[in-house]
Design a protein around this ligand. Sequence first.
Ligand code: KG4
Length: 339
Amino acid sequence: MNCTILGIESSCDDTSASVLRNGLMLSNIIAGQKVHEAYGGVVPELASRAHQQNIVPVVDQALKQAGIDKNELDAIAFTRGPGLMGSLLVGSSFAKGLASALDIPLIDVNHLQAHVLAHFIRVEGIKNEPPSFPFLCLLVSGGNSQIILVKSYKDMEVVGQTIDDAAGEAFDKCAKVMGLAYPGGPLIDRLAREGNAKAFKFSKPKVDHYNYSFSGLKTSFLYHLRDQEKLNPNFIEENKADLSASLQKTIVEILMDKLQKAAKDLNINEIALAGGVSANSGLRNAFEEYAQKFQWKIHIPPFAFTTDNAAMVAMSGHFKFQDGDFCAMDVVPFSRLCI
Ligand code: KG4
């Protein structure tokens, strides 16, 4: 069945719209929000206001770049959750209004499932072999760190997850302690390339099953810096690269240890990566190394699909459209939606 879907993403601080035709990406527009940088983190009220300003031009540009008229759309998919309530409300209200005006189906999408399904987006000129079911997906972002067993497009089971902070949060909070800007993850990644990953040792958590914990690492990083600064006030400045490399190595090892354990126990060697932290070069390298060592078939997303984007929402909407799985116009956003 032919289908042209408009995807809308507004769960946090990126306003995005994308058009997919039969799974092929025709456009994917993302408007970020610089306003949060001054506050060292996302300010929910400012995020929803920025979404209100961005949503119309972003959708307009997505349709223009795709070269289609809005009347050619077969359905509209939007992120229902999880995310910030004020941000979700902007995207969902816009999606409802447009679907109702065009008299086409509305499709609610789970943001976490959409990150996983980003692996199925087809892009003109780029060869992409999507994962085959069942596969494991390590979903790592600013709000989530999960190992997901993906049995089909709609049947996903979380087999492990963080019991406190997410991996991206650990990167960002440790970066803040070092005086780096928000979001600190990409900055730590950049600094780590020039540092010695064996220079410092930070504690690793002991957590049951395939679960993660990153709050202890953050505390041990903070205490280490405080102790060293008492001895040398320039300690952070003089050791930024080594601190970044050592921290990144620790986070990557924590993530990979549990993923490997899950892959071995569940006897799965098809392994995917998703979420904002999947842009991390250390994590990408570790995936390549584990692929060699454990004969994994790995799937690493293109950079454009690592952070929040509407193409993954439209992709998720595509599969639901095939099943006729639409939602009613009175659907409400759900900030704590789970997989
Ligand atoms: O999926 P995402 O865009 O959205 C949220 O969860 O909000 O992920 C954002 C997270 C932030 O914590 C950011 O610091 C982290 O992904 N991140 C990175 C890198 N690029 C983004 N962390 C480490 N290395 C990177 N290269």
